[in-house]
Design a protein around this ligand. Structure first.
Ligand code: ATP
Ligand code: MG
Length: 706
């Protein structure tokens, strides 16, 4: 039953209420972290439902991460609107595409490609390009950008003008990989993440009957985190709406963290241009974070530069005062993780629920050391997130057993049935999977499986508390209903998540870890815009905390390892301490692809890369210099008792004779002349280039090279 409309509104401040009461027509809420945007949006739906202005069965709420969708679902359920569909853009599109596939395309639905890396690597190799992890990652990101922006292969080169290319490749090379990637994908009947959106957009665009049907099904649209919408998602929303204006969007430009995929806060910022009649609301009070955390968050953004900086609004905290955030340096990553796990254990011992704690990091690879540390400390963790709860193998098995037990109980005569408490009954059924009421020691995968089943028991206990007559069949019906809308029960455990996945969520205590240069900002953030995006990621991270916030970094990766790391430059903005930046060469050590100096094509083979031109392109080699270089090499190799190629290969000599650099910087550019050879032979080679005769070059006394 819907709530009393007044009860719904009672939980809102004036501005939020204005948004919630605008139940028809377009609404936009633009506000900072923790100001209650998601709260206003969910209350708007609840209020509209309560007064009969919207039918939740015909509403669709979308957001960007499965975790955020889960959070929104939990809030809507709390507001007695459990029936409304909450999905990510991707999941909503996938559902529609699958549904209409038999009618629009026919045949089996293609398999979904979870990660592009393998196929991109194959495509790169078909194009004769390198396939290192870093290049493949950058190429995949570039393909994602192109697809999310709606740029087809043929258009790519034109649209990518001015973009930084992966590994200095030429746009034409990236286009070849893009094209070859799609060929392989289509050959194998695979759909990637972006294809799902692209095809749904195309389907709605081209099939009036499908568009009509979808518009008949969904009448009210709500989008959270709208700052991160990419062109394809924005287009999909437009198509869902058709002529309708029943849309409410909320977002914060200061939390834009997906521009690398083509997302842009422009859609949010220009919403009132598109819909001049929109009710527009701004919120500035942070209800989530303590004043201490808000002060730190404001400082993170104070140092921002670029266009987003101009738009930022300082937050004011309405929340209770809390402890000052801490910034700590550790010797190495395991020490950092152990200290974080110990602090979390202390908070839990002091009465905080483990699900009120999160550890946030920049890359998923960082989770491992935290999983190990928390396992050592005996603190359960939730790595997979609440989102896919109903897809977990143990949960499926558990529900199948419960369904069987419910059926068996239903066929028994009531006279023989003993009244048993539902929670105990469920525990007994689940014991068939080996589950026991006492948690296993440690954490990790075993503990996570245990927690999933424990969540089913708690759900049964909650159900029995709210509906004392409920039995197994009511529980199974409740589980089916929740599975249908992916409404996972809460599972105990400290959340381990990436900063990207933490968007929109909140915890009482948050540890933002690994704040070293190269991790945050991540080493491949190589433009000022990308650095600013990394700063916003930190802002997102720190504003997840309600009461306790701890920032940390470590000086080395492993115990006793090189302590060459520096704290993140963003920490310097917070503490005022200068952070020595890594020298450029150390942070940009990624492999780059060289180009032919004659025709400009990307050079693929090692031979071409050393020459600095395609083998087929004309060389302007100074033959006399080349001969002298070879003569010098022969003398030197003889003097040292090493084979000639150990000094320099033919190809390197050829490149020197073609390029004739005039200083050691120029020499260093030539492949095959590393720092050591530069020191040992640089002077002599430069003399030869300047015209010296071999006989006049003094042979060095240095020991033979290895
Ligand atoms: P983010 O930008 O991180 O997504 P948000 O703007 O969506 O944040 P919410 O998550 O809706 O913010 O709200 C942050 C916290 O503040 C929540 O716990 C919410 O319940 C609480 N809150 C928001 N508005 C109010 C209010 N008017 N009264 C009491 N609590 C509120
Ligand atoms: Mg939110």
């Amino acid at each position: 039953m819907p709530l009393d409309p007044e009860v719904v509104l009672a939980g809102l401040d004036d501005e939020q209420r204005a948004a919630a009461m605008a139940v028809t027509g377009p609404v936009v809420i633009l506000a900072g972290a923790g100001t209650g945007k998601t709260r206003a949006l969910t209350h708007r739906i609840a209020y509209a439902t309560a007064i009969g202005a919207q039918d939740p069965a015909r509403g669709l709420a979308v957001t960007f991460t499965t975790r955020a969708a889960g959070e929104m679902r939990t809030r809507l359920t709390g507001l007695e609107v459990p029936a409304l569909q909450v999905r990510t853009f991707h999941a909503a599109a996938l559902r529609q595409l699958k549904f209409f596939w038999p009618r629009v395309v026919g045949g089996n639905f293609p398999k979904l490609l979870e990660s592009k890396a393998r196929v991109v690597a194959e495509a790169a190799s078909r194009c004769g390009l390198p396939t290192d992890t870093a290049i493949v990652r950058d190429l995949a990101a570039e393909i994602e950008w192109a697809k999310s922006s709606g740029h087809a292969v043929d258009d790519y080169v034109r649209k990518a003008a001015g973009r930084t290319m992966p590994a200095d490749l030429l746009p034409a090379d990236v286009a070849r990989v893009y094209s070859s990637y799609d060929d392989i994908r289509i050959d194998r009947d695979l759909l990637d993440f972006e294809d799902v959106l692209l095809l749904t957009v195309a389907m709605l665009d081209q099939r009036q009957d499908v568009a009509d049907e979808i518009r008949k099904q969904y009448r009210w649209f709500t989008v959270d985190e709208f700052q991160d919408v990419n062109p394809m998602q924005a287009r999909l929303l437009e198509l869902w709406l058709g002529d309708s204006q029943e849309v409410c969007v909320v977002g914060d430009a200061g939390q834009t963290i997906y521009t690398f995929t083509g997302a842009s806060p422009e859609h949010l910022l220009s919403f009132t241009k598109r819909y001049p009649d929109a009710v527009s609301v701004r919120l500035v009070r942070s209800y989530r974070c303590s004043p201490q955390i808000v002060a730190l968050a404001n400082r993170v953004l104070d140092a921002a530069t670029g266009p987003a900086a101009a738009l930022r609004v300082s937050l004011r905290s309405e929340a209770e005062a809390g402890p000052a955030p801490t910034i700590t340096a550790y010797d190495d990553e395991p020490a950092e993780a152990a200290a974080v796990a110990a602090q979390a254990a202390k908070l839990i011992a002091a009465g905080l629920l483990s699900r009120e704690i999160a550890v946030l990091y920049r890359t998923n690879a960082q989770s491992e050391v935290y999983e190990a540390a928390f396992a050592n400390a005996g603190v359960p963790t939730v790595l997979r997130g609440g989102e896919r709860f109903f897809d977990r193998a143990e949960v499926r098995t558990g529900i199948t057993l419960l369904r069987g037990a419910a059926r068996a109980a239903g066929s028994q005569s009531d006279a023989t049935a003993q009244p048993v408490e539902l929670g105990q009954e469920v525990a007994a059924v689940l014991s068939n999977t080996g589950w026991m009421p006492k948690p296993p020691a440690g954490s990790g995968a075993v503990r996570e499986r245990w927690e999933s089943l424990a969540a089913l028991v708690s759900l049964a206990e909650d159900l029995a508390a709210s509906q004392p007559l409920a039995g197994l069949s009511e529980l199974v019906a409740e589980l089916d209903r929740r599975a249908e809308v992916q409404h996972a029960p809460q599972v105990a455990g400290v959340t381990l998540a990436s900063l990207h996945a933490a968007k929109g969520l909140e915890w009482t205590a948050v540890f933002v870890v690994g704040l070293a240069e190269g991790m945050l900002p991540i080493v491949y953030a190589d433009t000022p815009e990308r650095i600013e995006e990394e700063r916003r990621l930190l802002y997102v991270g720190v504003t997840r905390a309600k009461r306790d916030l701890a920032l940390s970094w470590s000086k080395a990766r492993s115990p006793g390892g090189r302590t060459g790391r520096n704290p993140s430059r963003f920490l310097a903005d917070l503490t005022g301490a200068a952070v020595p930046q890594q020298p450029k060469s150390a942070t940009t050590k990624r492999r780059k692809v060289a180009h032919c100096r004659a025709c400009g094509r990307s050079l693929v083979t090692a031979a071409e890369a050393t020459l600095g031109r395609c083998t087929g392109c004309p060389a302007n080699l100074d033959a006399d210099l080349y001969d002298r270089l070879r003569e010098w090499r022969l003398r030197l190799a003889g003097h040292r008792g090493v084979p000639a190629y150990v000094v320099f290969t033919d190809r390197t000599l050829q490149a020197i004779a073609e390029l004739q650099p005039s200083d050691s910087a120029g020499l260093a550019e030539i492949a095959g002349i590393g720092p050591r050879k530069l020191v040992e032979y640089g002077e002599q080679v430069l003399e030869l280039i300047a015209g010296a005769a071999v006989a006049n070059i003094a042979l060095p006394e240095a020991p033979p090279i290895a």
